[in-house]
Design a protein around this ligand. Structure first.
Ligand code: CAA
Length: 379
C-alpha cells in the first residue's frame, strides 16, 4: 500500500487546482446568484481535458485512471461544485457508460466528441415517480421495428439544457420489470424532444438542471446501448462509478470549506488572540481535518479498486455515504467558525454548505447507499 501520489497524479492535482483557483474562483458567487454557467468556462474545461479524463486517447480522452479523475474532482469541487457536477456526469455516467458498453460506431459517433468536450452529455434516469425506486420507469420506449417510440418525462437532469446527447433509460417490456428496460442515445433536436423548466435549486445553482420531455420521439434501433433489456444493468453499473465521482465532489466541497475556515481562524481575532488559539475552534478544525482524511481514503480506495478491475460497488457506496455526510457537517462547522461572516455570500462557506446537501441526494440518496452496503455485507 502506497499512500503517496505519483508524479503524474500530483501534476493532475496541480493543474486542476490552478484552473479552479485562477479561472473558476473569479465569478463563482455571481454565477451562483445568476444560476448560469459561462459557456467559455465549459469550453476551457474541455480544452484542459477535464471532461473526458478516463476515456482512451483514441476516443478523444485523457487516458487517465479513476484516481486521477477523483483528484481533479476534489480540486475543482473545492471552488465550484456546479462545474464539478457537470464534469462528473459527463465523465463517469456518459463517457464511461459509452466506453464500457457502447458499440464501435456509437463510440466513433458520440464518445469522441463527448470526451474532448466538444459536446456535453446527460444521464436521464430519474422521473417524477421514479427516483430511488429506479426500476419503476414510466418512460416508454416501444419497439416499432427499426426504431423505438419514446414517450415520457425525466426530472432533475444535470446538463439538461446544454447536453447534445442524452442517455435515456426507458421501459420497453413493462411485464419484465427491470429486465425490460433499455438505454437509448437520444440527440437534442430529434423531433418530439423538448427541454422543460429549469430548476431553482438550493445549491449547485449555476449547474444546469432541467426536466426533459419526450413526445413520440423516434429513436433509431442502432442507438440502443447493449442488448435488448440491458438498460437497467447499464444504469446500475454506470452509477457505481458515478458514485465515486460524487464522493470526490463531496470531499472537495468539504475540503474547500475546511481550508477557508482554517485560514479565517488564523486571521480573525477575538478575546485578544486569533480564534485558532481558542481550544473550541482548534477542536472543530481537528475533527474536520480527521474526517476529511478518512473520507479521502475511502474515495481513493474505491477509485483504486475500480482501476484494478476489482469489485468496487460497496466501496463506492461507502465513499459516497461517508464523504457526503462529512461534507454536510464540515461545511456547517465552517460557517460556524466564520460566525456572522459565514452567513453572507462573500465568504464562500455558505455556498459550500448549500452545495454539500445535494451530495446526500443525487446518484443514490444516503439511504440507498446504506441499502447497497448492507446487501453487500452478506455476499
Ligand atoms: N450494481 C449493479 N447491479 C445492481 C446494483 C448495483 N449497484 N444494484 C442493483 N443491481 C441489479 C441487481 O443485481 C438486479 O439485477 P438481476 O435481477 O439481474 O440480479 C437489478 O439491478 C435489480 O436490483 P434489485 O432487485 O435489488 O432492485 P431493487 O428495486 O430492490 O433495488 C436499487 C434497486 C438498488 C434501489 C436501485 O433502484 C437504485 O440504485 N436506486 C437509486 C437510483 C439512483 O441512484 N438514482 C440516481 C439518479 S442519476 C443522478 O442523480 C445523476 C445526476 O444528475 C447527478
Amino acid at each position: 500500500m502506497d499512500f503517496n501520489l505519483s508524479e503524474e497524479h500530483e501534476a493532475v492535482q496541480l493543474a486542476a487546482r490552478d484552473f479552479a483557483q485562477n479561472e473558476l474562483l473569479p465569478g463563482v458567487i455571481e454565477r451562483d446568484n445568476a444560476q448560469t454557467f459561462d459557456p467559455s468556462l465549459r469550453q476551457r474545461m474541455g480544452e484542459l481535458g477535464f471532461l473526458g479524463m478516463m476515456v482512451p486517447p483514441e476516443y478523444g480522452g485523457g487516458g487517465m485512471d479513476t484516481l486521477a479523475y477523483v483528484i481533479a474532482m476534489e480540486e475543482i469541487s473545492k471552488v465550484d461544485a456546479s462545474a464539478s457536477v457537470m464534469m462528473s456526469v459527463n465523465n463517469s455516467l456518459v463517457c464511461w457508460g459509452l466506453e464500457a458498453f457502447g458499440n464501435e460506431s456509437q463510440k466513433q459517433k458520440y464518445l469522441t466528441r463527448l470526451a474532448s468536450g466538444e459536446i456535453l452529455g446527460a444521464f436521464c434516469l430519474s422521473e417524477p415517480e421514479a427516483g430511488s425506486d429506479a426500476t419503476s420507469q414510466q418512460t416508454l420506449a416501444e419497439d416499432k421495428g427499426d426504431y423505438y417510440l419514446l414517450n415520457g418525462t425525466k426530472n432533475w437532469i444535470t446538463n439538461g439544457a446544454t447536453a447534445s446527447v442524452c442517455l435515456v433509460i426507458a421501459q420497453t417490456y413493462p411485464e419484465k420489470r427491470h429486465k425490460g428496460i433499455n438505454c437509448l442515445i437520444v440527440e437534442k433536436g430529434m423531433p418530439g424532444f423538448s427541454v422543460g423548466k429549469k430548476e431553482d435549486k438550493m445549491g449547485i445553482r449555476a449547474s444546469d438542471t432541467h426536466s426533459l420531455m419526450f413526445s413520440d420521439v423516434q429513436v433509431p434501433k442502432e442507438n440502443r446501448i447493449g442488448p435488448d433489456g440491458f438498460g437497467f444493468s447499464f444504469a446500475m453499473s454506470t452509477l457505481n462509478g458515478g458514485r465515486i465521482g460524487i464522493a470526490a465532489q463531496a470531499l472537495g466541497i468539504a475540503a474547500g470549506a475546511y481550508e477557508l475556515a482554517l485560514q479565517y481562524a488564523q486571521e480573525r481575532k477575538a478575546f485578544g488572540k486569533a480564534i485558532f488559539d481558542h481550544q473550541a475552534i482548534q477542536f472543530k478544525l481537528a475533527d474536520m481535518a480527521t474526517r476529511l482524511e478518512a473520507a479521502r481514503l475511502l474515495v481513493y480506495k474505491a477509485a483504486r479498486l475500480k482501476d484494478q478491475g476489482k469489485d468496487y460497488v460497496q466501496a463506492a457506496a461507502m465513499a459516497k455515504l461517508y464523504a457526503s455526510d462529512i461534507a454536510m457537517w464540515v461545511t456547517t462547522e465552517a460557517v460556524q467558525i466564520h460566525g456572522g461572516y459565514g452567513y453572507v455570500k462573500e465568504y464562500h462557506v455558505e455556498r459550500l454548505m448549500r452545495d454539500a446537501k445535494i451530495t446526500q441526494i443525487y446518484e443514490g440518496t444516503s439511504e440507498i447507499q446504506k441499502l447497497v452496503i448492507a446487501r453487500g455485507l452478506t455476499k
